[in-house]
Design a binder for this molecule. Structure first.
Ligand SMILES: NC(=O)c1ccc[n+]([C@@H]2O[C@H](COP(=O)([O-])OP(=O)(O)OC[C@H]3O[C@@H](n4cnc5c(N)ncnc54)[C@H](OP(=O)(O)O)[C@@H]3O)[C@@H](O)[C@H]2O)c1
Length: 318
């Protein structure tokens, strides 16, 4: 993408920062967020990103002009305990997408969503397989954002795409729980024991064959891959939008832990928990993502090596 005028709400987040840095080389990029982290803001401004400080849940967007070619909405509110209520998550994860499309109808809109959105949870292996994901405030409010994206795309002819990310990780922000892989690494480093259930992983593309595995299956998506695939989504944006799951390789937890042990040179404690019946683990069909966006490229080992060097820089590991 070159010489475009781009708006990134949520530019200070994990994927948002990677996206802004990737786009700033050849485009005019405006990032919007509260910019709580001065370090992230400096990294972005040094790369040429215009940082606009805005509380996207509370402030109005009246000054937002219809001047952008592409709006990549990466802003998200993580709901927290139930007593916090739903107002802010709804405003951020839901209505914000509608407000952005109202204000900038000429732009292509790419909405960052989540694999946790429970409806239709593709790519489960078959329609009889019950969804593994329970609805919660996060997923329900993101579903509001998806619905607004679809509705406004249809009603106003706005080109859009909805990306449901899985397990973004590997950013230099080193923030748990948003970087799920970092959480696992920290648990391994502090000597926690991982309980792994023997399971049957269904194999794509049709899921009819299975492979015996230990533990669940992380799908680590490096934030730079997340950014690269998100940029490609602008080229396939349509009316109505496609919903695309964006994820990295599906790796059984036992194999992910073995890589962590090797890269961080630690002994990782695991315990196999026997159960009477092996759980069937859904496989993810990469066909749609590959067809529409291409394939991610950064393997787990490389993500972990980069994570280790960030952790060394910050003094967390030697
Ligand atoms: N991380 C995961 O495990 C995961 C998993 C699945 C899907 N996703 C999806 O991937 C996308 C990006 O996630 P991420 O992990 O990169 O998110 P993140 O690191 O938590 O970043 C969230 C962004 O939203 C901004 N934000 C939050 N509240 C705001 C407010 N009131 N006003 C203005 N800005 C606000 C934050 O900026 P400030 O704090 O500086 O305001 C930050 O830029 C989201 O759509 C998310 O739902 C993430």
């Amino acid at each position: 993408m070159k010489e475009k005028n781009i708006l990134i709400p949520g530019a200070s987040g994990q994927i948002g920062e990677a996206l802004a840095l990737a786009l700033a080389k050849d485009n005019t990029v405006t990032g919007m967020a509260r910019f709580g982290s001065e370090a992230v803001r400096k990294r972005l401004e040094n790369a040429g990103v215009r940082a606009v400080v805005r509380d996207l849940a509370a402030d109005d967007l009246a000054d937002l002009k219809d001047e952008y070619d592409v709006v990549f909405n990466q802003a998200v509110d993580w709901p927290g305990p139930p007593e916090r209520g739903v107002d802010v998550p709804l405003a951020m994860n839901g209505y914000l997408q509608g407000r952005l499309m109202e204000r900038c109808p000429s732009a292509i809109h790419i909405f960052g969503s989540t694999m946790s959105v429970p409806d239709n949870v593709p790519p489960l292996i078959d329609e009889e397989t019950p969804t593994r994901r329970q609805s919660n405030t996060y997923s329900s409010t993101k579903l509001v954002g998806e619905s607004l994206a679809v509705h406004l795309s249809r009603e106003r002819g706005i080109k859009a795409a909805i990306l449901r990310y899985m397990w973004p990780c590997g950013s230099r922000q080193l923030r748990v729980p948003y970087d799920a892989l970092l959480g696992v690494v920290r648990q391994a480093l502090q000597g926690d024991t991982f309980k792994l259930e023997p399971s049957l992983l269904c194999l794509p593309p049709d899921g009819l064959q299975t492979r015996e595995i230990s533990g669940s299956t992380p799908t680590p998506l490096h934030v730079d891959d997340g950014a690269a695939l998100t940029i490609k989504a602008a080229a396939i944006a349509a009316t109505p939008p496609e919903i695309i799951h964006v994820f990295g390789p599906q790796i059984p937890m036992s194999e992910a832990l073995a890589e962590i042990a090797s890269v961080f040179e630690v002994k990782v404690n695991t315990e196999i928990v026997e159960q009477s019946e092996k759980k069937l683990v859904a496989c993810y069909n990469t066909a749609k993502m590959k067809r529409l966006l291409g394939e991610q490229t950064i393997p787990l080992r490389q993500i972990l090596e980069q994570l280790r060097s960030y952790m060394q820089e910050s003094g967390e590991v030697v």
